[in-house]
Design a protein. Structure first.
Length: 383
């Protein structure tokens, strides 16, 4: 590791390992950066004997432009790199409150491929142990250092008094970020036309790709609806946001998008929304020559094909005492109902399904009140 200007070894630098996530991935859109290792005197050796997928490495040092390697395949064995870093001067940025006073101890988040920003009310969670550090704080003068990193796509400043964001190129010309007031979302959550209490809601971002909505990020600004179905999210960043419902999906916490198009939130203003969700009932019909074995495992769920990202599943269908299947809190849109029947097997052992069923379901916009009856869905032999 050398200084490109002097050809001397870089005295202290960091190497961050990026896991490419799945076989065949090659670039920054798929990488997931982890915690870095520090090396000295220009020499390094990284050992990673775990990956079944590719790796990338990012080299960082104070006063230099970071360098990212090419993707390294899992079958390449030992790989050598001679790295030269270009000297560069980091920028000092000042964050001020809406009234012009320095914003001390404000959260600073660097948005870049392969990293995540976990929003909480008034800022960001600290980077968890083992993760790449992209969350910082301003000092007593409201300042922070913006490194010369071309992979940073957006700089976000947040505190209890406000929010601001900017592209790094913009900050090169104007090294001050002035916070603007948070927005607010007030709303009512109805299920089958009745107030729904105890629903946990938050907001997030998405992108529109033709008819497809891709979920980008979900903020941890969770609030719960009251007995009248009312909710309020007080510190919301301005912009185009989608409301999500948070639910446990098995052993994991899932977030279901509740509406599209997005809600427009403006600085210092309250946006009012009304969520009108629906329950769905369906009946499962077995082939005439098949009797249901009590040891078979039957699972049903509803997904929304036009929503990509995680999770796409909107909820599970649960069997009732009278043999019908029900799901709650589904928004208008195009859905797919699916069932699968599995034979008995020890936990964790994969088995081939015996029967499957799939049926489209459209919940139209403007439908008010009452559950949606999806009718019968017929099981067929799994292929």
């Amino acid at each position: 590791m050398q200084d490109a200007a002097t050809s001397q070894p870089v005295s202290r630098f960091r190497i961050i390992t990026g896991n490419l996530g799945f076989p065949g991935a090659t670039g920054l859109t798929n990488v997931h950066w982890g915690e870095g290792q520090t090396f000295r005197d220009g020499k390094f050796r990284c050992v990673d004997d775990s990956p079944a997928v590719g790796l990338m490495f990012k080299f960082e040092a104070d006063g230099y432009v970071p360098f990212v390697t090419r993707a390294i395949g899992p079958d390449e064995g030992d790989v050598s790199f001679d790295i030269t870093l270009q000297p560069a001067v980091a920028a000092t940025i000042t964050v001020v409150l809406p009234d012009g006073r320095p914003a001390t101890n404000a959260s600073i988040g660097f948005e870049m491929p392969g990293t995540y920003l976990n929003w909480v009310p008034g800022g960001f969670e600290r980077t968890p142990m083992g993760g790449y550090t992209n969350v910082f704080s301003t000092d007593d003068s409201g300042r922070f250092v913006l490194p010369p990193d071309d992979t940073i796509t957006r700089v976000i400043a947040a505190c209890s008094d406000g929010y601001a964001e900017a592209a790094p190129a913009t900050l090169a010309d104007k090294a001050t970020m002035r916070l603007q007031p948070w927005g607010r979302i007030d709303g009512t959550f109805l299920s089958d036309g009745k107030p729904a209490a105890g629903r946990v809601l938050t907001v997030g971002t998405s992108s529109q790709e033709g008819p497809t909505v891709r979920v980008l990020n979900v903020y941890h600004l969770n609030v719960e609806t009251d007995v009248e179905g009312h909710f309020s999210i007080p510190k919301v960043p301005p912009g185009q946001l989608i409301l999500f419902q948070e639910e446990m999906q098995g052993a994991f916490r899932g977030f279901t998008p509740l509406q599209n198009p997005a809600v427009t939130v403006r600085p210092g203003e309250t946006t009012t929304v009304s969520l009108d969700l629906h329950s769905v009932t369906a009946r499962l019909r077995w082939p005439v020559d098949v009797s249901r074995d009590t040891n078979w495992r039957v699972s049903g769920w509803i997904s929304r094909a036009e929503v990509l990202g995680q999770p796409t599943s909107e909820g599970s269908l649960k069997e009732t005492d009278d043999g019908t299947w029900q799901a709650e809190d589904l928004p208008a849109g195009n859905h797919t109902i699916q069932f699968i029947v599995l034979p008995p097997a020890p936990r964790g052992i994969p088995v081939k399904p015996l029967w499957r069923a799939e049926m489209p379901l459209i919940i139209p916009d403007g439908l008010f009140g009452g559950p949606v009856d999806a009718g019968e869905i017929v099981l067929r032999p799994a292929q």
